[in-house]
Ligand binder design. Sequence first.
Ligand SMILES: Nc1nc2c(c(=O)[nH]1)N[C@H]1C(S)=C(S)[C@@H](COP(=O)(O)O)O[C@H]1N2
Ligand SMILES: [Mo]
Length: 411
Amino acid sequence: MRDDPRLPSSPGFWRSPLRGPRFTSVLGLVLLVGITVLFVTGLVSYAAYNPDLSPVNDKTPDKGILGFYLFAWPTNPHWLYRLNQGVHVTLGITLIPVLLAKLWSVIPRLFALPPARSLAHALERISLLLLVGGALFEFVTGVLNVQLDYVFPGSFYPLHFYGAWVFFAAFVAHALLKMPTALRNLRHLREERNDLVTPRPAAPTVSRRGALWFVGGGSLLLFATTVGQNFDGLLRRTALLAPHGGGDPGSGPNGFQINKTAAYAGIDTAETGEEAWRLVVTGPAGTVRLSRDQLAGFVLHSSALPIACVEGWSTSDQWWRGVRLRDLAALVGYDADDPPDVFVESLQRRGAFRSAALRANQVADPRSLLALYVNGEELSPDHGYPARIIVPAAPGVLNTKWVARMTFGDL
Ligand SMILES: Nc1nc2c(c(=O)[nH]1)N[C@H]1C(S)=C(S)[C@@H](COP(=O)(O)O)O[C@H]1N2
Ligand SMILES: [Mo]
């Protein structure tokens, strides 16, 4: 039965002469480096979201020791999140062909019988279940989120975060077990035979080198049609695979990428006019209500900062102009040099990202603004008119648009 080549449990069923230890080892070592970078940039990205600030940023209850590393996200350099998230998303997409080729190269082992030869072998196979399942889960949830297909139940953050820990634990175990073999396979000129080498090779349709070029070419193609979403102008239009890449963000001062439009967020122009809109700022000294004209009469400051979204797209630096967050803290009873956290709420009544909390170090940074203008013009409705938050090095999701209320005080 085991040797019936019509059954996938038989080694003779798998006939590609490409499979063998060296092919698998090359792909495995590429993934070892790539997935480690994905894991680190992913954890860093999660920290940037300030998930330990209640009540809003934390969408991952009971993360316990998995959140041990969380730190106060810095505001320098101002492109930090743009770089981190650009690397995370672009690299993740680029590695998809390598991952698929790696899984293909070892698929005979999925069907190998008996299911377990020993306790150690049984444990190894269970860890492979976590490894392969974890890899597929992380890549699928990541791609779905980047493509704005929010089909999974619940919020993306906890799913991708817990999944990453499960996947990476199995990944480390696997790398420790296999690395010596992988390195040996690459050093020796003549390949060792193992169970991946078919006993019944079919005629080759492509050389091994050709197959590696095919995988690498696939990766290069994905890279070239994704990376442009981190840049402006013509480069952005090369990002054919990115939902925020290929489109035209328009021209003029407000002509840069928009995530959710005012119409999508249900912002009614009747609520944003000079008569209707008031910013409500609260702190220990009381509550202040300000019209946009009053805000425009404050001392205004400029800072050049990008929008960098968790989904891996970003803009170059835009010139924002508005009131410093630290000055608003001073208005309601704090020392501008030592302000607290702030909880920011939008006019928006439905949908995600209507509110966010910022950490004291972000409020204190003199470049952090409640912006009224961008690139010398009024904010457009889609970029957050009458006023929006902009903070250096913060993920886009913390830059709340259509701000209505700011509550200062340690969270
Ligand atoms: N009120 C509100 N603010 C918001 C959002 C939103 O959906 N609603 N989206 C956030 C996200 S995820 C990003 S990336 C940025 C995008 O800003 P932009 O559309 O001006 O480029 O706005 C942030 N501010
Ligand atoms: Mo975003």
